[in-house]
Design a protein. Sequence first.
Length: 319
Amino acid sequence: MILILSECRDYATDQVFGFLNRRTDVECVRLNIESIITDDFFCNIHDDFFLIEGRKIWYAEVRTVWYRRFGTSSVANFLEYVENNISTKLSVQLNNELKSITQYILHRLGHCAWTNHYSTVTVNKFVVLDKAKKLGIKIPETYIANKARLIDNSNDLIVKSAYEPNFFTYKNGFYATYTSEYNQGIASSFFPSLLQKKIEKKIEIRSFFILGEFYSMAIFSQDHEDTEVDFRRYVEDEPNRFLPYKLPKIYEYKLKKLMDKLNINCGSIDLIQNREDELVFLEINPVGQFGMIESRCNYGLYKILADKLIYMHEKEISF
């Protein structure tokens, strides 16, 4: 059995699950994290299975797992409702209790071959950059600071989230943690932040890595002022150009070594090609979106991922 751990409204999961369900020789089950809250869910730790909507899922029958998105972010609306209407502490408590339950299920699946092992779906950006640097991969000059006077302003800098980007609502406003140019005049003191030397780029590159193979896309984000620093600030009336891109073999080799060091076999990698045509590594998101690459470059990624899961299932191997 192939088990997909995901959330209800994830398009990539819908597509891969659709390809897997067309195969009559492989059983595939999808467990959304919301189902543990809203559907009939029962688990007895003395048993070797759990029940979801009356169906027994035997741990021993699961041979391959794809950890797509099984964190608690997808139940954020429920937790936000609890926080706003009942108690912040209760929201935190329920979040932690749900994590304990999902961690137990993951523990019972420890024998499986994994695409995105649950222990590596969250990475530390600073640790990743340090490991990349030690492998000879070029990275931006990177700093952590909490005072403007500590920062050398001889170079233009950008500031970005030290953790995974997020979205917030506050007083009927909606805010996102975009990468932005650093302005020393904004504040003299601030929460410890990740700053990097701004790189003059030719293109940005988003590369999807899946079990040893790369599928990359060039993003001409520098062509528009709004997306020059962060291409996620998408402009509908003047969209960026996107083209398939092939990483040099030697660079793919270095990135594979980095992924091996991090024990990550699937994820999205962000890079920049600077004005000198050097590739500069930015970060890795093990459960990052790859639908944008597929929609622009037509690699067939959903079927490729489904085929990889079937291959792992048949060979009973873990990458």
